[in-house]
Design a protein around this ligand. Structure first.
Ligand SMILES: Nc1nc(=O)c2c([nH]1)NC[C@@H]1CN(c3ccc(C(=O)N[C@@H](CCC(=O)O)C(=O)O)cc3)CN21
Ligand SMILES: CC(C)C(=O)C(=O)O
Ligand SMILES: [Mg+2]
Length: 292
């Protein structure tokens, strides 16, 4: 079925997610996993961002971001841990719930945290059911390739859409020897085998993190399902960034793959400084801010 015919009418699919003049997100149609596959078939790249709360979810949804990820990166971008390893299902669930409550169209993916799925396909399903029942997530994401094919299969056959994640997988940083590019040289074959295994197991998309652009391009061409790159070059079907990196809220040296589209840190710092000065000078509240 072609992208257009499956949408039920000419332009109907193109309107919410295309890049043309009709791309404004005004139709209110929910993003479904088949839309993402259709975008791949049409060669239209799509954006994905993390979101961890209500306002960002609302804004990104309205900006036409079709997929929002409640990442386990909340560990270091919300909760203040130094890696993603310590964050728990109980910490992430309320964030997932706030994001799903706040979107009209975006597909919301809940990232399964370290320790919540590796034990067995049964554990993966039990955790995913919590994210879907309690968090109202539309899909889950887990890290790992061939070794997690059975987990992915258990989830998809139970009705849980799964996004895979290969290349540099932060939950395995201690095993991978730190934050390093994966899939160089012969490891490109391993990357491809992992991607194919995830597709075969029923995954609807695969994140590739910090892999050489050439390897990511090859995987993208070999797969029928979309690839989502982060530090994986321009040829992936989609691109994802952590929103605080994208908007410049996180300070310090950003990874090479980050592009900053705003200086939120500067804006917020300026606002807080101005508020503090106003209060200290007695200029806030002014008469119009008080009840008379
Ligand atoms: N804010 C944030 N952004 C992310 O992209 C992100 C998270 N947090 N937390 C979870 C994972 C961890 N990720 C990261 C974090 C840092 C680097 C990094 O520092 N990369 C450096 C060094 C690479 C190297 O040594 O080869 C770089 O310059 O890319 C990479 C991936 C991606 N994810
Ligand atoms: C960087 C993305 C892909 C992620 O897994 C996260 O934010 O946790
Ligand atoms: Mg993650």
């Amino acid at each position: 079925m072609s992208a257009l015919s499956s949408a039920g009418g000419p332009g109907e699919l193109a309107a919410p997610y295309g890049t043309g003049p009709a791309a404004a997100p005004t139709t209110g149609r929910k993003v479904r996993i088949h839309h993402l596959r259709e975008l791949k078939e049409r060669g239209e790249p799509w954006p994905m961002l993390t979101a961890y709360d209500m306002y960002t979810a609302e804004l990104f949804d309205e900006a036409g971001i079709p997929v929002l990820l409640v990442g386990d990166s909340a560990a270091n971008n919300v909760f203040g841990y130094d890696t993603s390893l310590p964050v728990t299902v109980d910490e992430l669930l309320p964030l997932v719930r706030s994001v799903t409550r706040s979107v009209k169209r975006a597909l919301v993916v809940a990232d399964l945290p370290f320790g919540s799925y590796q034990l067995s396909p049964e554990q993966a399903l039990a955790t995913s059911v919590r994210f879907m029942k309690e968090g109202r997530a539309h899909a889950v994401k887990l890290e790992g390739g061939r070794r997690f094919a059975a987990h992915v299969e258990a989830l998809t056959s139970a009705g849980v859409p799964v996004m895979g994640h290969i290349g540099f997988t932060p939950q395995s940083e201690h095993n991978l020897g730190g934050y390093r590019v994966q899939g160089r040289g012969e490891a490109a074959e391993v990357l491809l085998a992992d991607a194919l295994a995830l597709q075969e197991a029923g995954a609807f998309a695969v994140v590739m993190e910090m892999v050489p652009a050439e390897a990511a391009k090859r995987v993208t061409h070999e797969l029928k399902i979309p690839t989502v790159g982060i530090g994986a070059g321009p040829d992936c079907d989609a691109q994802v960034l952590v929103w605080q990196d994208m908007a410049g809220l996180r300070r310090g040296k950003a990874p090479r793959f980050v592009k900053r589209y705003a200086d939120l840190a500067g804006v917020l710092q300026g606002a807080a400084t101005a508020f503090a000065e106003d209060v200290r000078r007695g200029e806030f509240p002014a008469p119009e801010h008080a009840f008379h």
